[in-house]
Every structure is written in structure tokens, then in C-alpha cells.
Design a protein around this ligand. Structure first.
Ligand code: CIR
Length: 268
């Protein structure tokens, strides 16, 4: 059974990092409800969901994807590009250490999990405002012994690589070509976001083949469904105000072994 780590919406989410959006009021109760619905979809699609301890003093803690890159063989704890997010590391490290051998990205390297798109044995990594070249080089050297290759992808105009491109089926990517050099991905089938839904390239492909996708982007949803992709929509409008998408609210990985101590993490 796949495992999904999530982390509760913190009381201080209103103070989240923002790069491309203006600050708007966030209704925390609604954000928490939306996050619950999101978690319920993970359960519905066969994931064993574990909720990490809440961290009300860490505004962006809900966006757990940025803190680790979890592969079958190893989990790499990142060094978030935003200094305010580095305090999120300890909690994620404690929890992931029960499931994987760990390695860490260290300064001067920085890397956000939202910049890492794994397609087969290749990890495409956004060279962004959050992830730098030393971070990408360190990731490549950590993963080389396991047979993974790492390719940097400059992104501009968006927060992370996965704001611009995500996998939606075995050989298909949902993409906004304006934010990166799309030719890097030309071996895959490319599904373009609708011009009115340019923020809609972030979709979460689950191990059962279904895609969790924001309800806000109905044109893109239709494009995916027309290609036979099973789409399960969630309303993440409050989390989107914090510049979060659907990939960033979980870390989904294969269960390889577990020394989980009951009570430390809260299984749903
Ligand atoms: C941040 O700027 O770090 C958060 N407010 C949003 C992070 C979203 N992460 C992601 O899409 N992977």
C-alpha cells in the first residue's frame, strides 16, 4: 500500500512565503477543511495516510512536498530555498527516517521538493528561485549510485518546476510551455494547459493511476479526461492563496519497510 505523508495547515499560514501572488486573507478553517478533503482523496485512492505533528509556528508546513524527495531506495531531505522554511526539516526528517535511509542537501546547495519531477529513472530539477545549481549537483551525486540521472531545468515565471509541468499518466505531462524549455520533455506526450488556466499544470498522479486535480481548472480537467485520464477534483482555493498546489501537500511513496512507532505519527 502506498504511504502518503501530510502535515496539518498551520495556524500561521497567513504569514506564508509568497513569490508570485499578492497576499490575500486566508480562511484557516476553510483551508483545513479543504486539506481534510484532500487527505480523504488520498485514502480513497489507496494510500495509507500519516499526518505529521502540526507546527503552528511554521506557516508553510502544510506544503510538505518541498522538504523531501522520496525514492524507493533513499529519501533526500532538502534545503528549502526560503530560509523561513528550514525549520520544517526536523519534523519531516524524524518521520521519514522510519521509512527510508536519509541523505541531506546542505548549504550552499538549496533545493525544494516542488522543483523535482521524477519520470522513470530521471529526475528533472527546476533551477528556480528556490533551487540552485549546487543543490542540483548534490542531489545528482547522492542519487547516482542508485542509477538515477538528474537534469536541471531552468524555470521562470513560476515558483517551482512542478508549477509548470507534472506527470499525469505513464508517458504524459501536463505543461505550461511558457515557463520552461518544453523541448526537454519532447519525448513525452505533452498536454498543454488552457490559455485561461495557466496556473493549472500542477496535478498529483497517484500510484493507482488517478490524478488529483484542483477544481478551479475545468478546461484542463476536460483535456485530461478526454485522454482517458481519471481525474478526481478537489477544491484547494484557500491553499492556492498560499501559492500551494496539489503535489505540494503530500509526499507519496512506496512502502518498503517500516519501523513506525505507533503514537508518533497519527495514521488516519
Ligand atoms: C512557499 O512559497 O514556499 C509556499 N507558500 C508554497 C509552497 C508550495 N510548494 C509547492 O508547490 N511545492
Amino acid at each position: 500500500m502506498p504511504i502518503a505523508f501530510i502535515r496539518p495547515v498551520s495556524a500561521s499560514i497567513v504569514n506564508c512565503e509568497l513569490t508570485h501572488l499578492a497576499r490575500e486573507p486566508i480562511d484557516i478553517q476553510v483551508a483545513r477543511w479543504q486539506h481534510e478533503q484532500y487527505a480523504a482523496r488520498l485514502v480513497a485512492h489507496g494510500c495509507s495516510v500519516f499526518s505529521l505533528p502540526s507546527a503552528d509556528d511554521l506557516p508553510d508546513a502544510v506544503f510538505i512536498e518541498d522538504i523531501a524527495v522520496v525514492l524507493d531506495e533513499i529519501a533526500v531531505i532538502t534545503q528549502p530555498g526560503a530560509v523561513t522554511r528550514r525549520a520544517e526539516i526536523d519534523g519531516v526528517m524524524d518521520a521519514l527516517g522510519k521509512f527510508r535511509q536519509l541523505a541531506c542537501i546542505t548549504l550552499p546547495g538549496t533545493l525544494d521538493g516542488g522543483d523535482v519531477l521524477k519520470v522513470g529513472q530521471t529526475l528533472y530539477v527546476g533551477l528556480s528561485q528556490r533551487t540552485n545549481a549546487p543543490g542540483i549537483r548534490l542531489l545528482a551525486s547522492i542519487l547516482a549510485p542508485f542509477g538515477y540521472s538528474v537534469q536541471g531545468v531552468p524555470v521562470q515565471g513560476c515558483l517551482h518546476l512542478k508549477s509548470a509541468v507534472t506527470q499525469v499518466a505513464e508517458n504524459a505531462l501536463l505543461i505550461n510551455r511558457e515557463w520552461l524549455d518544453w523541448q526537454i520533455f519532447k519525448k513525452s506526450q505533452l498536454i498543454d494547459v488552457h490559455p485561461n488556466e495557466s496556473n493549472g499544470a500542477n496535478a498529483l498522479l497517484l500510484p493507482d493511476g488517478a490524478v488529483i486535480y484542483p477544481s478551479a481548472f475545468s478546461e484542463n480537467r476536460s483535456s485530461l479526461e478526454q485522454l482517458g485520464i481519471r481525474v478526481d477534483v478537489v477544491d484547494v482555493s484557500e491553499l492556492a492563496k498560499a501559492e500551494g498546489g496539489v503535489t505540494c501537500c503530500s509526499l507519496v511513496f512506496k512502502e518498503m519497510f517500516s519501523e513506525l512507532q505507533p503514537g508518533k505519527l497519527n495514521q488516519r
